[in-house]
Design a protein around this ligand. Sequence first.
Ligand SMILES: NC(=O)c1ccc[n+]([C@@H]2O[C@H](COP(=O)([O-])OP(=O)(O)OC[C@H]3O[C@@H](n4cnc5c(N)ncnc54)[C@H](O)[C@@H]3O)[C@@H](O)[C@H]2O)c1
Length: 376
Amino acid sequence: MTETMVTKYGIVGVGLMGREHLINLYHLRSQGVAVVCVADPHRPSQHLALDLAHSFNWPLKVFSGHQELLDSGLCDVVVVSTPNMTHYQILMDIINHPKPHHVLVEKPLCTTVMDCRKVVDAARKRPEMLVQVGLEYRYMPPVAKLIEIVKDGTLGQIKMVAIREHRFPFLVKVNNWNRFNCNSGGTLVEKCCHFFDLMRLFAGANPVRVMASGGVDVNHKDEIYDGKVPDIIDNAYVIVEFDNGSRGMLDLCMFAEGSKNEQEISVVGDIGKGEAFVPESIVRLGTRPEGRDGVCTLKTEDARIKYEGLHHGSSYLEHLHFLSAIRAKCVQAPAVDLHDGLVSVAMGVAAQLSIELGRFVKMEEVMNENECQSSE
Ligand SMILES: NC(=O)c1ccc[n+]([C@@H]2O[C@H](COP(=O)([O-])OP(=O)(O)OC[C@H]3O[C@@H](n4cnc5c(N)ncnc54)[C@H](O)[C@@H]3O)[C@@H](O)[C@H]2O)c1
């Protein structure tokens, strides 16, 4: 592959997830990709990224900020994997930069609906740039299989989608940004935008209203940062009603290390029921006429995955899809677009607000979020 055929990537934010992108892109090197530059103000993160790049034999230019990276003109694609509250300004700077860059931005798109909207509006004016949102759970093999089953109509008309995430607490992040709602958008935005995105996909519909109950009951209560105790919730139930009459439910617990699976998804239609289990990587499928005896269990895998990484191969497949959209020269839309990113954030914002207000929150209440709530 000649130098000019290589798609050059830059990564903004090389903490845990940025380095995960670096490793994934290395495993895509035979497809003609290379990471040529990164931007991060945090020295230890810079050094860890440099060590990785050296071990891959990739020369890497390191910048301390995204503006220098953009001005360098070194890359064609930018991966944004910085803390959530920084996504908005970084995205606006990328979109408004004279040189067009394709962008893969980590979830959540932004921490407020208003900021998401501004990014969507700005990106609309740059049709030559592709912007994909990192809602990568869609690509986990058992989830992808269940999506396929739902789409081919095997389960009939979907009526109920229940997603349980029972896992370990939030990890420690650089400067502990994820301990506060004002930085992360709140647990139901930060973490659960993945699940709201899946609910929308399975339901094949748009959310109408959201009711949630949740709290800070076990985790991080003995931690203090600059005199403040973390305010992020660690468990919640969320009910979502969709405009086609279907319902979704999220059951989140972040002190459930004693679980066999981290995610258990159940989708029930008027003909049958499908379930996906991660990390067991299995799908169960049954129909009403065949009953319990007819339930089959499928082991799911995707032979394309060359690196499993932290997310069961989904980051690898996410990059593969994004690269194919880039190579299709914008004729092919990104698999997870800005609208998907916006709605998944809005559902999380509605759920957080529902906990605060103790009532159902209509989606239109958060979709028309007031201008003064924006970060500008
Ligand atoms: N897809 C997933 O499932 C998944 C998993 C983990 C994290 N994430 C997302 O990835 C993003 C990063 O999370 P993380 O776990 O890597 O956090 P992290 O704290 O490990 O790393 C963040 C890095 O960004 C750097 N940074 C901060 N401000 C910056 C700026 N203005 N410009 C450049 N770099 C900056 C920090 O110095 C740090 O090195 C978040 O948006 C998070 O929600 C997604």
